[in-house]
Design a protein around this ligand. Sequence first.
Ligand code: GAP
Length: 463
Amino acid sequence: MNSLGSALEALETFLLFSDLLVEYPFPMTADLMDKIVALAKRRGFIFQSSEIYGGLNGAWDYGPFGVELKRNVKEAWWKATVHFRDDVVGLDAAILMHPRTWEASGHTANFADMMADCKNTNCSWRGRIDQLKNGKCPKCGGKDLTQPRAFNLMLKTSLGAMEDSSSVVYLRPETAQGIFVNFANVIDSMHRKLPFGIAQIGKSFRNEITPGNFTFRTREFEQMETEYFCRPEQALEKYEEWIKARFQWYLDLGMKKENLKLRVHDKDELAHYAAGCTDVEYNFPFGWSELEGIANRGDYDLKQHAKFSGKDLQYQDPVTNEKFFPHVIEPSGGCDRATLAFLVDAYHEETVNDTLRVVMKFHPKLAPIKVAVLPLLKKNEGIVALAKKIKSELQKDMVCVYDDTAAIGKLYRRQDEVGTVFCVTVDVQSLEDKQVTVRFRDTMQQERIPVERLLGYLKEKLS
Ligand code: GAP
């Protein structure tokens, strides 16, 4: 770098020290959704599936930052649900299951949306009948619609060399059934006593008639589900405990309280066997919508699988020898929906020195990158060597990147846009005093920290 370049970088650093910050609350408007979708593509969070072929409706790919964010969401859920509790164990069941599973669960007969088509040839709207507006087509307002018909949402495929009715299997539409069919295996292998839960994270598939709102409703998605088994008389208490625990999980990961609420299902929304269901809803730019449902399901699922499999799926009390079907509380959340809500909630715009700063204020546990190490002068060998050494030390404990592809001001803004929590800048002074500048994303405040204390400092701030 020539001396003019160095002087400009130094000037830019000086200006960033004196940033003037004007922050304003961000309104939840449809316009915000457009900004999130644009940022997600521009900065490598989420891309349309098979985009070069024109895309595939209802499927999305997570890019380099998106995959880190989503992994962090799943990791936070797994820790809170499995590792930090003594009463829940994990499971990873296969996506493909015996077709009788879906007969027992009721999905073969009932997992359908009622749909209709608009007969107006200029319109040709097709969708769910709950989208109709006062019985009229939501697109053209026409009244001439086909009779409502049931459309099963399960995706079919076939196993083995023969493609006949005997080879049909389904891509699971929920992970829950993989848990129910393993209930006896977990009891036998883990010697669990009631109450206890089995949790799993995994892909589910639904042939949604109208996928949309970005990754909110898709045809391939991931669920984070727990089936919590208890004695019938404990069910109400455990239902209430799980509602509180699941609501708190979102708050603990920094989601704004005013953007979250609980919605209790009306009696007529409940399945005939369910005693209650409460949704955690998020205030998305397109309106309040479900993130997760917590259901009090009675003993329906285990009884159904016992009936269809002929296996005894009752629990035997080890003290009294009493046998009964446990009741089930089911907290069932969507990983992609939670990730989308965290993206929306993190989005901030600020005016700094009359220019726009877009910053993703993710909770440190969720931020895709924890630390970016930035050499102030990329042609100074001493600075580069020290910066690379710092990066290789830090990456043993936290997700870390090294970037020297632009001037420091631009690098800071790029890291802000993907929510990197700290930037560590190595400059000429660092070679002498063995200190680096640590800049915090949310306040842009900077501190000089000795290199030998850096790891401890960052670990403490990120915990
Ligand atoms: N075992 C219960 C069950 O599957 P659900 O309400 O159908 O219940 C649970 O799904 C969660 O899965 C939802 O709250 C949502 O977060 C997520 N989910 C369901 N369908 C989805 C879809 N088409 N796209 C993305 N997420 C979906």
